[in-house]
Structures are given as C-alpha cells and as structure tokens.
Design a protein around this ligand. Structure first.
Ligand code: ADE
Length: 240
C-alpha cells in the first residue's frame, strides 16, 4: 500500500495542481503515492447541499457545519484508517521538518481544508483533529497549505527524489539552513566563486559549508539556532 493522501475540500479541482508535475507528479503516476480530493459538498444532507451556516453569537462570515465535515471525515477514514486527520488552520501548530518527517513516515494523511471563517469547534474535538498552520499569515483557504504540506512529505517518500534526498535531509535534521551554492561560470559579473570550492579539497569544502550553514542560521534565524544549537555550541567561534 502506497502513501495515501485524502484531501477534503470545497475546491477539489485545486488538486493535484502543482503536485501533478515534476518529481511528485512522476511519483504519483508511478504509484509511489496516492492522492484523492473529495468534495465536501458531496456530504451535505439537505436539498441545497449547504456546507456552512452563520456563526452562533453573530459576526461576519460563515462556519463549516460539523455534521457535513464529520461525514466527510468518516468516509476518508473508511478509505484508509490509521492516517492522521489534519485540519489546516492558522490556529494550528506550525509545520516544520520534524512534523513533515513524522507524517511522511506514516501511512499517509487526511487533510481538511477550511474556507470561510472556519470550522465548528465541536467536530475538531470530536474527531481529535491535529491542527496545523503553514505560517503566520492568513490564506483564503486551507488548500494552498495542504499543497505545501503534501509537497514537503512526498519528496521524502522512497523513490521520489533518488539518492540525494536522504543526504540532503541530514542537513535539515540538524536544524540548519543550507549553505550557498555556486556553479559555472567561475567568474560572473566580477563576482568570484569562493576559492575553497574550486580547491578539490573535500574536507575543507565540507568545513566551509558547515560554517556557512551555521552562520546563515545564526544570523537569519536566531530562533532555529537557539532551538537546535543553543546549548551545545560556542557561537563565539563562528565567523560573524
Ligand atoms: N488556512 C488559512 N491560513 C492558513 C495557514 N496559514 N496555514 C494553514 N491553513 C491555513
């Protein structure tokens, strides 16, 4: 059984979208993973196929109905149990590489995309949904967030990226931003490539890359630096 993603959405046409192209798309065609996008409206029970209603307590916007969402969840769970049920929302835990790795290592996921003002809180609790955000900004719906989460997971699946993926992952695993990259021409617009990269000295190249990665992380993302390296590193040793 391949890694199986089910997306519950009012806009199933958004899938596979960019995930049908490039490495993820090839993986999809090769059956290395599976993607189903289900129309939430198909689980409505009234004549008008309504999925949302006005919020109790007043206020702007509409709220997705718990009964409709619950029926969609039940259907997705029946199609592939033991997958985490994830609601994409800016109220959720921030997606990071650790969570991506955890989801990619499992049997797949069920992703619920909200629209309008949100989702009735009771179905979030009743289904014990994991709430995940892709960043501290507000999208008009969960669909682009679902695409982000899926892309990050799928590239980690066996056979999607080939041999380079696992090695590359190691650098994420240690919580560092990547070092800068260079290719030909060696001189361009008066800008040279760092000498050490032309030296052919593998150990020195590795040392330089490590130092660049550490410096970039410390300067650009002090939060990441502290989280992963705060206690067991001596920042004073780094080139400023
Ligand atoms: N839906 C709207 N904004 C979102 C975000 N930042 N992350 C996940 N889902 C969202």
């Amino acid at each position: 059984m391949s890694w199986h993603a089910t997306v519950l959405t009012l806009f199933p046409e958004m899938f596979p979208g960019p995930l049908g192209l490039s490495l993820a798309g090839r993986g999809l065609r090769e059956g290395r993973w599976r993607l189903e996008a289900r129309q939430l409206r198909d689980f409505a029970t009234d004549r008008h196929r309504s999925v949302d209603d006005t919020p109790f307590g007043g206020g702007a916007g509409m709220v997705l109905r718990p009964d409709v969402v619950d029926a969609a969840c039940a259907d997705a769970i029946a199609a592939g149990p033991d997958r985490p049920l994830i609601y994409l929302t800016p109220r959720g835990r921030l997606l990071d590489q650790a969570l991506v790795r955890e989801i990619a290592a499992g049997p797949g996921c069920i992703l619920l995309c909200g629209r309008y003002e949100g989702l009735d809180q009771r179905v979030i609790e009743a289904r014990a949904m994991r709430e995940v955000s892709v960043g501290d900004y507000v999208l008009s719906g969960g669909e682009p967030a679902a695409l982000v989460l899926l892309d990050a997971c799928v590239r980690l699946l066996p056979g999607i990226m080939g041999a380079t993926a696992s090695a590359e992952e190691e650098s994420h695993a240690d919580g560092l931003l990547e070092y800068p990259h260079y290719t030909r021409p060696a001189a361009w617009q008066g800008r040279a490539v760092p000498e050490v990269l032309l030296s052919g000295h593998h150990a020195e190249v590795a040392r330089w890359r490590r130092a660049e990665a550490e410096n970039a992380t410390r300067q650009r993302r002090p939060d990441l630096w502290l989280r992963h390296h705060g206690r067991n590193s001596d920042a004073s040793l780094l080139v400023p």
